[in-house]
Each structure stands twice: as structure tokens, then as C-alpha cells.
Design a protein around this ligand. Structure first.
Ligand SMILES: Cc1cc2nc3c(=O)[nH]c(=O)nc-3n(C[C@H](O)[C@H](O)[C@H](O)COP(=O)(O)OP(=O)(O)OC[C@H]3O[C@@H](n4cnc5c(N)ncnc54)[C@H](O)[C@@H]3O)c2cc1C
Length: 320
């Protein structure tokens, strides 16, 4: 370290050591209070085709995406509004993250006009063809990098589901990968206690509303709720026009194993797309204890009805 910088550094240390104890104590308290007060919240947002304008090809029966305008996934707007409300209450920042093609920048810029502080675009040819497993892998890696670069997030929001893929798997997938508590199908945040590190929400469930509380950090999947996305201020609109969108490739996001991304990292196979026939069969409840049991029981039921599917999957898995 050059002598000049060393002297300046020592002077600062001495000043901090010998200044009035009360001032030092006040400063410490201020720092810790500030840390408690300030929230960094992340919102995962997906740009989706406007489903109201999608048409199906009359011959091939495939979805015709060309010329279909894109929008922000509606559930993600409820998530963003909830994040902005928490930021307004506690101070801090909201970072919006999307994984998608470069044109997803348009939707990110829109979130800045609503008042988001920062937008991150995760884009790379390695992500093409990602199913929900690969998507949650890439997003989890990017969220870890966001935490390292811009501060830890006590709350991460996703929408409940998208209006194109519709699986509702990505949020829980991220929570599992980042080892976060998760609150799904949330319609309202009731209370966030920064001192206790807890959050209480309303969750819409079959037959009623559940009041749930958990410790942060937490991942919340947001339903269409009691909020409505704000208009955003003129200042935000100006800022959004020229704001820098943080753009990361897979490597930038810290992903070293690209075999977990895109088509290669996606075990999902679409065998056939069809409109299901309505039939009279009743739903059955599977007697299961936890998520793993539920998944196994469900696969058993599916394979019982479609034995050929199990053989197909085994063949695919073994690479034949
Ligand atoms: C059977 C099947 C096969 C598929 N095959 C392909 C394929 O070959 N090629 C292809 O491109 N896609 C494919 N997809 C679509 C792809 O899986 C989804 O785009 C992606 O995994 C997200 O899943 P989802 O849309 O169901 O999200 P959901 O799980 O419904 O989304 C929940 C929430 O997660 C967040 N989220 C989801 N996706 C993103 C994102 N990209 N960026 C930021 N946040 C996000 C949002 O907050 C969203 O509200 C396939 C989907 C299925 C179901």
C-alpha cells in the first residue's frame, strides 16, 4: 500500500478509535438499525406471450408465436407491487430478475417504470430449451450472485405461475435449491417483523384462507391478490429509459456446469399435446405423508394408466 494511502487509513482508524464514545456507540446503533431497516428484495419476472392473442396453427396444431405481443406475466406484477410496498415501508431496494432472450429487456425496463430499483437480465444461448428444472437452476444461481453483488435478500418473490408454461414449479424449485423457507399461493403480506426476522402472510387454500408465519429468508409465490400494480412516477419513467440493465451470461452468473442448463439440463419430454376429453372419473386423494411420497404416488398412478410411458422414460433416461 503506498505511504499516502497507509497514512490516510491509519488516520481514519485512529479517528474512529478515539472519538467520543457516545458518538461511536450512536454510530454503531445507527449502522445496526439501518441494517435492520433496509430491505433488499428480489422479484423473478418472466416475459410471456399475451395469451389473449395466441393462435393455434390450423394444420400443425402448434402455437403460432410470431407477431404475438409480449407482456409481463400478470402474477409477477402482483409480486412486484408487494415487493415495492415492502421497500416503501422499510427502505431498501427491489431487484427484478428475468431469464430470457435479449428482447426480455423491454419487460425489465417496464418494471423500472413501476419503481423497481434494478433489473437483471440472464441471457445466454445455453439457456435455450430450459424446462422448469433447468430454469430454477439458472435463476437460483443468478439470485446467489445478486445476493453477493447487491446484498442478501430476506424475501424473494415469484409469481404463482406463468400464463404460458403454467407449471407453478419454478418458485418452489428456486426455494429448494437455495434452501429457503417457502410460502406459496400468497394473496397478502400481513406483517413483516425485521427484528424477529419473521413474516406473516395470507395463503389462499381450498376451502379458506390460511394465516401462515415463517422465518426469513423466504421465497413467496404470489397469487392475484389484493394489490394492483402502481402507475409509477414520471421520475421513474425517465430513469427507466436510460437505466443500465445488468446483463449476465451463464458464466457471469457463476454457473460452471452448463450441462444443467437449457435442453441438456432438462429431463422433461413433451410426447404429445392435446386437449383432454372430459370424463366422469372422480378425483382420488392419495394417502401420502410428504412431497416425495406424493410425487412417487402420483408417478405410480400415471404409470398404472400409461404403462408404455414408463418404458419410454426409462429408454430416454438410459440414452437409447
Ligand atoms: C413439458 C414442458 C416442456 C417445455 N419445453 C420447453 C422447450 O423445449 N423450450 C422452451 O423454451 N421452453 C419449454 N418449456 C417452457 C419452460 O419450461 C418454461 O418457460 C420455464 O421453465 C418456466 O416454467 P413456467 O413457465 O411453467 O413457470 P412457472 O413455474 O409457472 O413460473 C412461476 C414463477 O417463476 C418465475 N419464473 C418462471 N420462469 C422465469 C424466467 N424465465 N425468468 C424469471 N422468472 C421466471 C416467475 O415469477 C413465475 O411467475 C416447457 C414447459 C413444459 C411444461
Amino acid at each position: 500500500m503506498p505511504a499516502f494511502y497507509l497514512r490516510r487509513h491509519l488516520a481514519r482508524c485512529l479517528l474512529f478509535q478515539f472519538c467520543e464514545p457516545e458518538t461511536t456507540e450512536r454510530r454503531r446503533r445507527w449502522i445496526s438499525q439501518e441494517r435492520d431497516r433496509v430491505m433488499h428484495i428480489a422479484v423473478c419476472m418472466k416475459q410471456v406471450p399475451d395469451s389473449g392473442q395466441i393462435r393455434v396453427h390450423p394444420v400443425t396444431n402448434t402455437i403460432m408465436r410470431q407477431g404475438v405481443p409480449t407482456i409481463i406475466n400478470p402474477y409477477d406484477l402482483f409480486a412486484l407491487e408487494e415487493a415495492l410496498r415492502l421497500r416503501d415501508k422499510f427502505g431498501g431496494e427491489v431487484t427484478v430478475l428475468t431469464m430470457g432472450p435479449p428482447m426480455a429487456e423491454d419487460s425489465l425496463r417496464k418494471t423500472l417504470t413501476f419503481g423497481a430499483d434494478r433489473a437483471v437480465l440472464l441471457t445466454d444461448r445455453f439457456f435455450a430449451g430450459s424446462d422448469t428444472l433447468a430454469t430454477s437452476f439458472a435463476l437460483a444461481a443468478a439470485l446467489e450472485k445478486i445476493a453477493r453483488e447487491f446484498g442478501e435478500m430476506p424475501v424473494i418473490f415469484t409469481g404463482k405461475q406463468t400464463i404460458d408454461g403454467d407449471t407453478a414449479q419454478v418458485g418452489p424449485g428456486i426455494a429448494k435449491r437455495l434452501n429457503l423457507n417457502q410460502l406459496t399461493y400468497v394473496s397478502r403480506i400481513n406483517e413483516l417483523d425485521t427484528a424477529a426476522g419473521t413474516i406473516t402472510v395470507e395463503r389462499r387454500a381450498e376451502g379458506g384462507v390460511q394465516l401462515l408465519s415463517t422465518k426469513m429468508p423466504v421465497l413467496i409465490t404470489m397469487l392475484e391478490g389484493t394489490n394492483e400494480i402502481r402507475r409509477g412516477s414520471l421520475a421513474d419513467a425517465y430513469r427507466a429509459v436510460s437505466a443500465k440493465i445488468v446483463t449476465w451470461s451463464a458464466v457471469d452468473a457463476g454457473i460452471t456446469d452448463i450441462t444443467k442448463c437449457g435442453l441438456r439440463g432438462s429431463p422433461t419430454i413433451v410426447k404429445k399435446v392435446f386437449a383432454p376429453q372430459a370424463h366422469a372419473e372422480k378425483a382420488t386423494m392419495l394417502p401420502v405423508e410428504d412431497g416425495y411420497d406424493a410425487a412417487a404416488a402420483l408417478m405410480n398412478e400415471i404409470f398404472k394408466r400409461q404403462p408404455a410411458l414408463e418404458a419410454d422414460l426409462m429408454r430416454f433416461a438410459s440414452g437409447q
